[in-house]
Design a protein around this ligand. Structure first.
Ligand code: COI
Length: 354
C-alpha cells in the first residue's frame, strides 16, 4: 500500500455525542490532499490537519462546476476493528465521473490507499453506537485561476471524513414521495451517471418544494420522455411488483449506485427475480392500484435502504404495503447493514479491514 506523508493536527478536536449525530456537520482532525498539474500529473499526496482550502475567487470550479465526488463509509465492527464497504467500487466510479467531467482520472488503487490511510489515522473518530459510521467524502475540483470555459490545468483531490448517524430523520421508517413533473435532475448524454455536484444542484429546488409540502423526496422522471422513473431523491429506486424486483436500467442519466449493485447481487443470490429495465410512472401506478406493487425502496450509501410508504402522481395517491416497511426491504436492510457493520458474515468479500 502507498503511504503518504502526514502532518499531524496539533490537538484532537472534541468528538460529538454519538447519540445525537447528524449527517455531515462535524469533521475529523485530518484530511487528505493531492494536486494535479498538466505535465506533472497527480502528485504530492499528503495528510494534513483538516482546515480551509485557500482558493482564488476565479478558481474554475466556482464558476463552471468542474467537480466530482464520492461517498462511502467506515464502520466499527463488533471486534472493535474498522472496515470499509466496497471502496474500490467508489474509486472506479470516481474515475468514470472524472472522465466525463474532463478531469484527469486518479489511479483507483491510489484513491483506496489514501482513504485507507486517512481512516486508519482517524480510527478514533469511527463511532460505535448502533447505526453510526464515519462518512468519507472524496472530491476533486478544478483550481485554475481563469474564467475561460475549458478544462482546467490544475486540480485538487481531497478526502474529508465526518462521523454520522442516520441520513434521513425518518431512519428506516417509510417516507412519502411524489413524482416530480417539472424539474429533471439529469438527461441522457449529460452527467446523470456521474457523481458531480451539478446533478445535486439541479435537484435541490424540487426537494425543497417536496419538503414544503410534507414529502421526504421526489421520484425523478427521465428528462427526454418525462415518463420513465429514474431515481428517488439522491438514491436509486427499486419496486417489487408481483414478486419481481424492478429497478430503472442504467440509461446514462441514472447513477450506478454501489448499494443498488449490492442489492441486485443479494436479490439474485436469494433467487428473487430482478429486472433492470425502463419503467414508466404509468406502469408503476397502474400496478399499485391493481394491488401488485408489494414494496418500494430507495438505495444509497448515506441512508442505505429507505422504504417508500406513499407515492403521489398526477392526482393519484398510493400507499405501499400499508405504509409499513416490507419484508424484502427489511431483509435487504438487515443484510447490507449487517455485512457493513460486521455483525453477520460477508460471503461476498465486500468488506475491507483498514
Ligand atoms: C447517497 O445516497 O449516498 C448520496 O449520494 C447522498 C449524498 C449526496 C449525501
Amino acid at each position: 500500500m502507498q503511504e503518504f506523508p502526514i502532518t499531524r493536527a496539533p490537538a484532537s478536536k472534541p468528538k460529538p455525542d454519538p447519540k445525537t449525530l447528524v449527517f455531515g456537520k462535524t469533521f475529523t482532525d485530518h484530511m487528505f490532499l493531492m494536486n494535479y498539474e498538466t505535465g506533472k500529473g497527480w502528485h504530492d499526496g499528503r495528510i494534513v490537519p483538516y482546515g480551509p482550502i485557500p482558493m482564488e475567487p476565479c478558481a474554475m470550479v466556482l464558476h463552471y462546476a468542474q467537480e466530482v465526488f464520492e461517498g462511502l463509509k467506515a464502520y466499527r465492527s463488533p471486534d472493535g476493528g474498522v472496515q470499509l464497504f466496497r471502496p474500490m467500487e467508489n474509486a472506479l466510479r470516481l474515475k468514470s465521473s472524472c472522465e466525463r467531467l474532463c478531469i484527469p482520472a486518479i489511479d483507483p488503487q491510489t484513491v483506496v490507499d489514501a482513504i485507507t490511510q486517512l481512516v486508519r489515522l482517524e480510527a478514533d473518530w469511527v463511532p460505535s453506537e448502533p447505526g453510526t459510521s464515519l462518512y468519507i467524502r472524496p472530491f476533486v475540483f478544478a483550481t485554475d485561476p481563469s474564467l475561460g470555459v475549458h478544462a482546467s490545468h490544475t486540480y485538487l483531490f481531497a478526502i474529508i471524513c465526518s462521523p454520522v448517524g442516520a441520513y434521513y430523520a425518518e431512519g428506516i421508517n417509510p417516507v412519502r414521495i411524489y413524482v416530480e413533473d417539472e424539474d429533471v435532475r439529469a438527461v441522457k448524454g449529460g452527467t446523470g451517471f456521474t457523481k458531480c455536484g451539478g446533478n445535486y444542484a439541479a435537484s435541490i429546488r424540487a426537494s425543497e418544494r417536496a419538503e414544503e409540502q410534507g414529502y421526504a423526496q421526489v421520484l425523478w422522471l427521465d428528462g427526454v420522455h418525462r415518463k420513465y422513473i429514474e431515481e428517488v431523491g439522491s438514491m436509486n429506486v427499486m419496486f417489487q411488483v408481483d414478486g419481481t424486483v424492478i429497478t430503472p436500467t442504467l440509461t446514462g442519466s441514472v447513477l450506478p449506485g454501489i448499494t443498488r449493485k449490492s442489492c441486485l447481487e443479494l436479490l439474485k443470490s436469494w433467487g428473487v427475480p430482478c429486472e433492470e429495465r425502463l419503467i414508466t410512472a404509468q406502469e408503476l401506478f397502474d400496478a399499485a392500484e391493481a394491488g401488485k406493487l408489494e414494496e418500494a425502496w430507495g438505495t444509497g450509501t448515506a441512508a442505505v435502504i429507505s422504504p417508500i410508504g406513499e407515492m403521489g402522481w398526477e392526482g393519484r395517491h398510493v400507499v405501499v404495503n400499508g405504509g409499513e416497511i416490507g419484508a424484502l426491504t427489511h431483509k435487504l436492510y438487515d443484510t447490507i447493514t449487517g455485512i457493513q457493520w460486521g455483525t453477520i458474515p460477508d460471503p461476498y468479500g465486500w468488506t475491507v479491514k483498514v
